[in-house]
Design a protein around this ligand. Sequence first.
Ligand SMILES: NC(=O)c1ccc[n+]([C@@H]2O[C@H](COP(=O)([O-])OP(=O)(O)OC[C@H]3O[C@@H](n4cnc5c(N)ncnc54)[C@H](O)[C@@H]3O)[C@@H](O)[C@H]2O)c1
Length: 268
Amino acid sequence: MGCLDGHRAVVTGGASGLGLGIARAYADEGARVAIADLDKDAAEAAVRELGGGSLLLEGDVSDPRTVRGWFERIEREWGSLEILVNNAGIIEYRKELEPRIQAITQEVLSGGPQKTALDAVSTLSDEDWSRMLGVHLDGTFYCTREALRIMTPARYGRIVNMASVAATMGIGAAPAYSAAKGGIISLTRAVAREVVGLGITVNAIAPGFIDTPFLEPIDDLVRLGFTAQIPMRRFGTVEEIIPTALLLADPANGYMTGQVISPNGGIF
Ligand SMILES: NC(=O)c1ccc[n+]([C@@H]2O[C@H](COP(=O)([O-])OP(=O)(O)OC[C@H]3O[C@@H](n4cnc5c(N)ncnc54)[C@H](O)[C@@H]3O)[C@@H](O)[C@H]2O)c1
């Protein structure tokens, strides 16, 4: 008997990294899991691996019509939904900033003040800003809106939003990402209050730096700079985020809502 026996979960961005780890963990606990992801091949592989009634929801979480279609399908095929994990995300990685990020990393690692101007905000395009907020914040809103239409009449639900320490501490090289994740934390708290009488909890995970394909573009020096700021002196693993994701989906965890839990090696 798993703690999620009979439960049905949608995990956005479930084809890779943290989402895939969470999907596997929920399936191991007895849940049926739908993988909602832009990457069709990886999502198909995940659904094949999970087997047993899992579903593939292909498309872009920042498109409201796509998201509506996903949840209409969930209602048609499953009839109900107990868990939503809003996890799909992209990193704000800008090659042109790399020399300046490296220079700042050198300054910080040598114990001196940060003198180099990064110019991350002054050079950020409208498109990059909008895309970052679209995938993270709009996507979280669209999925939450559709999931609540199913969870509210059932008077039960667990919504888990993937934030980041970028929201709580701010990452200078990733202003749009930090802002989008900050919005996710505020949305988490607002929705938690809205649905507090309906048996639906809404919480967020704000991981620190976790080794997934997401952080692969970061070069070795910058990785060293981040690692030096982490009291545990290492990045975390997907397995180290799973216990928090399980806690927030657990039906026994009914008194916790509007919270942000941050497994982050002590960085914040
Ligand atoms: N890895 C970290 O250090 C870290 C730290 C804090 C928070 N996070 C957050 O965790 C989440 C998962 O990140 P990860 O590290 O597993 O990354 P990942 O790149 O391994 O996985 C992200 C998944 O999201 C999917 N995706 C991206 N854009 C999408 C879209 N528009 N629509 C649908 N699916 C989309 C990708 O195809 C991929 O499968 C993200 O929200 C990320 O911001 C990651």
